[in-house]
Design a protein around this ligand. Structure first.
Ligand code: ADP
Ligand code: MG
Length: 692
């Protein structure tokens, strides 16, 4: 069965459908809104709504929903049917422009960080016409932004759209100074590679921790993990291949350009990468991809785990956020150019990125912080928690030679050939593929590798777009004023390297030496979510987010609070889950087993045999059971003693509750290894990792 590609995007109200279904004038007006952000007139919205409804009904839809992305990393929406009663007890199908443009969900229970008390709980969803509507499970999905009655953003999309605007505006200013008169818009583009685990559903159902927390809270190290390096890019097993096939088809029908699939490093770990798109659409598509990954898994009696660290001891999952800027006149601004002038423009954008990342490293680090990612970042399998930039030898040496005012390198064997003095001719350097860097230049884009597999990519791109917009703005102000353009550009590059060169690191990010070196360079090392959340409160960050109208100070503070609140909730849920597993599964099962052994020992004694090993095993099990029981009670007790102020409570959750859970785990994992398999009340790591 092969996919009929004429069905690609068949469930999407995309450009060709719009062109087909809308009157020409309406189509043109709508296009203006999509491309240039011109507000849509009410009459036009009515026509679009009518066409959308007719199209959706023909496709079998009965409902519509304003689909939005609250600060939960997943999506939401309530579903309304199109029906409207008429006189004779019958109904007709209606959908107005008003209903398309604006919704008013009573959405009082979404995280808002104090922005909205329940008594004024009205929230608004506003149609985002730049991301196409689509049909899924009989409902017409309308992508929307979600904000409060007073206009504050309550979602991840609103700041993302604002940040796209900011980076477009400032990038265009730079392009103008380079003489570009044709570009009218610069779009931040993203390709998000998604990692995930796939395990057998029946086994998954037997693990309370996986079901409730998305990760195993306990589990002894299996005899075989990933040490043989035999999974990465390996043969895709039949059941997994079938899953991937179905998933691709579902994604293609929604116009999602799923392109690459392969096995990842850990057993049972895989990856899917789409072709890049504008960051807003890439973000919506990534949310849908995550959702469909879970749904298709369930249909195949599998469970898809999107947690950053489902299993200790094998690699966790991330999301590589490949980011670039492209113009509507066809340039990728991070593609080294063919002639020296294009190159110098490229180096200007590169300098803006270097400046931005160094100045706001804490913000960028924060943008990848979710509780699950704390297990991963800095754990020698994923980038460290320290932000640095990989440029590769060639690019770094070009920047350095410009900074030092050196004569161009004339060595013919060198990849560099400088045409005009000080204006280098570059060649794409794909030779070096540093896999350890959190933020790596990969030829024509940057790959931000810190983002967690379960997280929305919105936050990371909000930060990237905004901080880069800010340094572009600073450069634009200089370049617009200068009398000697070439000289000013060179000064900008030189100053970037002088002031912010410390953030460039081409070496191995996994080493202890780098941690020490980074400290010497004064680079922040924010180890976890609790530490990184504070980036929202640093005045320089509040200033930059405010200046570009991405997040106001109130919104920053709200987001800080939501992050901590989420952290606290997750740790508490994990602690509760662990307590339940200990008291109702592990301890009873272990007591039963130790009883069986004790009986065997006594039976042997009766038969005149005294076995010291059995006695020792009984004692060891019994001691472990006591330890675990005592610690389960302690954890319960500690939970009741939590401070109430969020920042202190979050630290308590990390330093006391989470630390205690880890301590308990060592004893549980020990007892698992000496308990017989029949008595162990849940599937082992081997069952979970090697059984699909
Ligand atoms: P890797 O070897 O890291 O897996 P790939 O070549 O497979 O790299 O590309 C990774 C992702 O980068 C893909 O999703 C691809 O579409 C995306 N990508 C390529 N060019 C751009 C660009 N200009 N902007 C954003 N993403 C891009
Ligand atoms: Mg990659």
């Amino acid at each position: 069965m092969s996919f009929d590609f004429s069905n690609f995007g068949c469930n999407v109200f995309n450009d060709s459908v719009m062109r087909d279904k809308l009157p020409k004038a309406t189509y043109k007006e709508l296009r203006k809104s999509i491309d240039n952000g011109v507000p849509l007139k009410a009459e036009i919205a009515d026509v679009v709504a009518e066409a959308m409804k007719d199209w959706a009904l023909k496709k079998g839809a009965t409902h519509f929903t304003h689909w939005f992305q609250p600060m939960t990393n997943i999506t939401a929406g309530k579903h309304d049917s199109f029906i409207s009663p008429i006189d004779d007890g019958k109904v007709i199908m209606e959908f107005s422009g008003k209903e398309l443009i604006k919704g008013e969900p009573d959405a009082s229970s979404f995280p808002n960080g104090g922005l909205r008390a329940t008594f004024e709980a009205r929230g608004y969803t506003v149609w985002d016409c730049t991301s196409p509507a689509f049909i899924k499970d009989g409902t017409l999905y309308i992508p929307t932004a979600f904000c409060s009655y007073t206009g504050e953003a309550l979602d991840t999309k609103t700041p993302l759209l604002r940040s796209m605007e900011a980076v477009s505006t400032q990038a265009l200013r730079i392009l103008r100074t380079f003489g570009n008169k044709t570009a009218t818009r610069v779009t931040a583009t993203v390709g998000a590679e998604q990692e995930y685990f796939l395990i057998d559903r029946d086994l998954y159902e037997k693990r309370l921790d996986l079901k409730i927390c998305g990760r195993t809270l306990i589990g002894a190290k299996p005899p075989k993990g990933q040490e043989m390096d035999d999974h990465y890019f390996g043969r895709i097993r039949i059941r997994v291949a079938e899953y991937m096939r179905q998933l691709d088809e579902e994604l293609w029908k929604l116009g999602i350009t799923s392109k690459t699939k392969h096995n990842e490093v850990a057993p049972a770990q895989h990856e899917l990468a789409p072709i890049f798109d504008s960051v807003n659409i890439a973000c919506d598509h990534n949310q849908l991809t995550m959702e469909l990954m879970r749904v298709v898994a369930k249909k195949n009696n599998l469970a898809c785990l999107l947690h950053e660290k489902p299993f200790a001891g094998v690699n966790g999952s991330g999301k590589h956020n490949n980011w670039s800027l492209s113009t509507d006149d066809g340039q990728n601004l991070l593609e080294p150019g063919k002639n020296p002038y294009q190159n110098i423009q490229f180096l200007t954008f590169l300098s803006a990125i270097i400046t931005a990342v160094d100045k706001h490293a804490d913000l960028l680090r924060m943008s990848a912080a979710v509780v699950g990612n704390d297990h991963r970042l800095g754990a020698n399998e994923a980038p460290p928690a320290i932000i640095s930039i990989f440029l590769g030898e060639q690019l770094t040496s070009i920047l350095e030679s410009i900074a030092h005012g050196d004569k161009p390198n004339q060595n013919p064997t060198s990849v560099l050939q400088m045409g005009v003095e000080t204006l280098p001719k570059l060649q794409k350097d794909d030779s070096d593929r540093n896999r350890t860097s959190p933020f790596a230049f990969t030829g024509n884009k940057f790959e931000f590798r810190m983002v967690g597999s379960s997280a929305s990519i919105a936050r990371a791109n909000v930060v990237l777009n905004t901080i880069v917009a800010d340094s572009l703005m600073e450069f634009a102000e200089r370049l617009e004023k200068t009398k000697d353009f070439d000289k000013e550009v060179i000064s900008i590059i030189r100053e970037t390297l002088e002031k912010h060169g410390r953030v460039i690191f081409n070496g191995n990010n996994y080493t202890d030496e780098w941690v020490k070196e980074a400290e010497k360079r004064g680079l922040p090392n924010l180890k976890d979510t609790v530490e990184s959340a504070a980036a929202y409160l640093r005045p320089e960050n509040i200033e930059v987010l405010g200046k570009h109208n991405v997040l106001s100070e109130i919104e920053c503070r709200a987001r800080y609070d939501i992050m901590l609140e989420n952290y606290i909730k997750v740790i508490n849920i994990e602690a509760n889950t662990l307590i339940e597993m200990l008291k109702r599964q592990i301890i009873p099962a272990s007591i039963k087993y130790v009883g069986e052994i004790a009986n065997s020992y006594n039976d042997l004694i009766k038969a005149g045999i005294e076995n010291q090993e059995i006695k020792a095993l009984t004692a060891e099990l019994s001691e472990l059971i006591s330890k675990i029981s005592i610690m389960a009670n302690e954890l319960e007790e500690l939970e009741t003693k939590q401070p109430t102020q969020h920042d202190i409570q979050a630290e308590y959750c990390r330093d006391v509750l989470f630390a205690k859970m880890n301590e308990i785990r060592t004893y549980v994992d020990k007892i698992e290894t000496i308990t017989n398999k029949q008595n162990w009340p849940m599937p082992s790591y081997t069952d979970l990792l090697h059984r699909v």
